[in-house]
Design a protein around this ligand. Structure first.
Ligand SMILES: Nc1ncnc2c1ncn2[C@@H]1O[C@H](COP(=O)(O)OP(=O)(O)OP(=O)(O)O)[C@@H](O)[C@H]1O
Length: 548
């Protein structure tokens, strides 16, 4: 960068001997030497500029990709509540959009920051060397514009912050739109959604354009300074030459330096704007790193031992919305306990609290005699296998998705799990079998197939505690029977909590806990609860009569 910048200064400096000595003396040999030196200077400048750009862009890319990796690593440590208040699209925008804004800063800005400041200094030296008074005249406009320049920086920062926030909303809209494309088509919402998107784009466009106007205003202001400088130098410098105090060569050298000076100055001022814009992104990235997880392992974790799962007077709220109101029940070790109750009663929340995706506000949840908050979170989650309502598959093969239950499992164990969960039943018909890719979020599989893969994953994990949230809801009667039998085998000897709306599937549970509005209203075996004739009996009656 210094070589590149200094070459320009040297070029301006050479103008003076060219005019005053060589041209006037008619020395062709001298002119040739100056020509060769100028050619050499530009060759050095070209090589240095090329190497420096490659280096800086490479370094910039490496830094940015590292920030992206660290951001994602950090995201993965954060609480579930963070992901509830930050939509996936907005988070993607932080990893991609905000870091891209930084990249443009690191590669283009750093390059010209180094080169242009050296150019600027070397040209100023030439100017001061020639005449310090002319130099002052040249920069006469600068002090007047310092305040407006500062005001423009603040404006850019403000509008860039608004533009980044709007970009995050835009990405969220896009994420929603593409995930919901089927619903959009089936409800003929294409026009409606396109309009919503257009509105969102408008909200993004306005601050983005304003920020760019701010960035563009910087070099424009430098041009005003330049105009004032040129006029002043022409006027006062011209007088000196006419009076014979200075030579034409000195004037030309000064004028060349001045002409060359404003270009790097314009670039530096425009960079100042870009730094402000990138600062908005940097702030957003810092904010992520400053967010810390609140669900943490204790300083001295207690080892978990097998035992009953006990909820003791657990109160739980999502933000301000209370869900569990003093929930107490015990799921005996090695037995199957079913949770039933109306939609929204808090059944899935029980699983979220047990696995510490969320911590309750009060009360204790124990496994054996260790509270889940006293155990190491990794150890806790290692002891629990979950088949949730939403079967999260990743864009890999079926086998790879099953292997997520135990990344070190041998192929034979993966195949066993696939067989037991009736996955092989549908993969055998596929050309690549279990090595078939499932597509983004498992979109190439049917709901029931996805569920079977998730069950196989839990089977492979083979954890002592099993949490099943409507594990067979997407299966047909035939598959439900097969997978149900496999789940029964899996549940044998494990502490199992199962949520099912179809009560027929949980008749055999050792205990059924009936929840209503976050409290236990009944518990007992299927037969005992039926005999009691309470809420469960009514629910069961309703389902039986509904089937006939
Ligand atoms: N992540 C969340 N953030 C905020 N509120 C939530 C969240 N998850 C659930 N809720 C609310 O908590 C209440 C209990 O939800 P939960 O999923 O535990 O019910 P459920 O009994 O499992 O229902 P379903 O049978 O329909 O699955 C509901 O009113 C729901 O709106």
């Amino acid at each position: 960068m210094s070589v590149e910048g200094a070459a320009i200064g040297a070029f301006a400096w050479l103008v003076q001997p060219l005019f005053d000595t060589l041209f006037s003396a008619g020395s062709m040999e001298g002119v040739t030497w100056v020509a060769l030196t100028v050619g050499g200077l530009f060759a050095i400048r070209a090589t240095a500029g090329f190497l420096q750009r490659v280096l800086m862009v490479g370094v910039g890319l490496k830094v940015i990709t590292q920030i992206q990796t660290r951001l994602v690593q950090h995201f993965l440590t954060l609480d579930m509540s963070f992901f509830q208040s930050n939509a996936p699209g907005a988070l993607i925008e932080r990893v991609r959009g905000d870091t891209a804004a930084l990249q443009s800063l690191s590669s283009s800005v750093l390059v010209s920051l180094g080169r242009d400041s050296v150019t600027l200094i070397s040209l100023l030296v030439v100017m001061l060397w020639t005449d310090w008074q002319w130099t002052l005249f040249a920069l006469v406009g600068l002090p007047v514009l310092i305040l407006p320049l500062l005001a423009v920086q603040a404006f850019i920062r403000r509008t860039a912050i608004a533009a980044r926030a709007a970009a995050a909303r835009l990405s969220t809209r896009l994420d929603e739109l593409f995930h919901g494309v089927q619903t959009i088509k089936l409800n003929r919402l294409e026009g409606h959604e396109a309009t919503r998107f257009r509105d969102e784009i408008r909200h993004f466009l306005r601050p983005s354009i304003k920020a760019q106007i701010g960035v563009a205003a910087n070099p424009a202001m430098i041009d005003i300074i330049a105009a004032a400088g040129f006029v002043a130098v022409l006027y006062f410098g011209g007088q000196d030459i006419i009076a014979g105090d200075k030579t034409v060569g000195e004037f030309m050298s000064f004028f060349t330096a001045l002409g060359l000076l404003f270009e790097p100055l314009r670039r530096l001022s425009s960079i100042a704007g870009q730094v402000q814009a990138a600062g908005a992104s940097l702030e957003r990235i810092y904010a992520v790193f400053e967010t810390k997880p609140t669900i943490l392992p204790p300083a001295a974790p207690r080892p978990l031992t097998p035992g009953d799962i006990t909820f003791e007077d657990v109160h739980f709220a999502y933000g301000d919305a209370p869900v569990l109101h003093g929930l107490s029940f015990t799921a005996k070790a090695g037995e199957t306990t079913a949770l039933v109750g109306a939609s929204g009663a808090g059944k899935t929340t029980v699983f979220a609290a047990l696995t510490r995706l969320f911590d309750p506000q009060s009360g204790v949840i124990r496994i054996g005699d260790v509270a889940v908050g006293e155990a190491d979170i990794t150890a806790l989650r290692d002891t629990i296998a979950v088949v949730g309502q939403e079967t999260a598959l990743f864009d890999e093969t079926i086998a790879a998705n099953i292997r997520m239950g135990d990344l070190n499992a041998p192929d034979a164990a993966v195949l066993d799990a696939a067989r037991n969960a009736s996955v092989l039943e549908f993969t055998e018909g596929l050309p690549q079998g279990v090595e078939t890719a499932v597509g983004p979020r498992g979109s190439n599989l049917s709901g029931g197939q996805r569920q079977r893969v998730a069950i196989a994953r839990a089977m492979l994990k083979s954890a002592p505690i099993l949490l099943l949230d409507e594990p067979t809801s997407a299966l047909d009667a035939q598959s439900e029977k097969l997978v149900g039998a496999a789940l029964d085998r899996l549940a044998k000897g494990r502490t199992t909590l199962v949520i099912a709306h179809r009560l027929a599937t949980i008749r055999a549970a050792h205990k059924i806990v009936v929840l209503e509005a976050g409290r236990v209203i009944e518990e007992g075996t299927h037969d005992a609860l039926l005999a009691k004739g309470g809420a469960y009996a009514r629910l069961y009656e309703m389902q039986i009569s509904g089937q006939t």
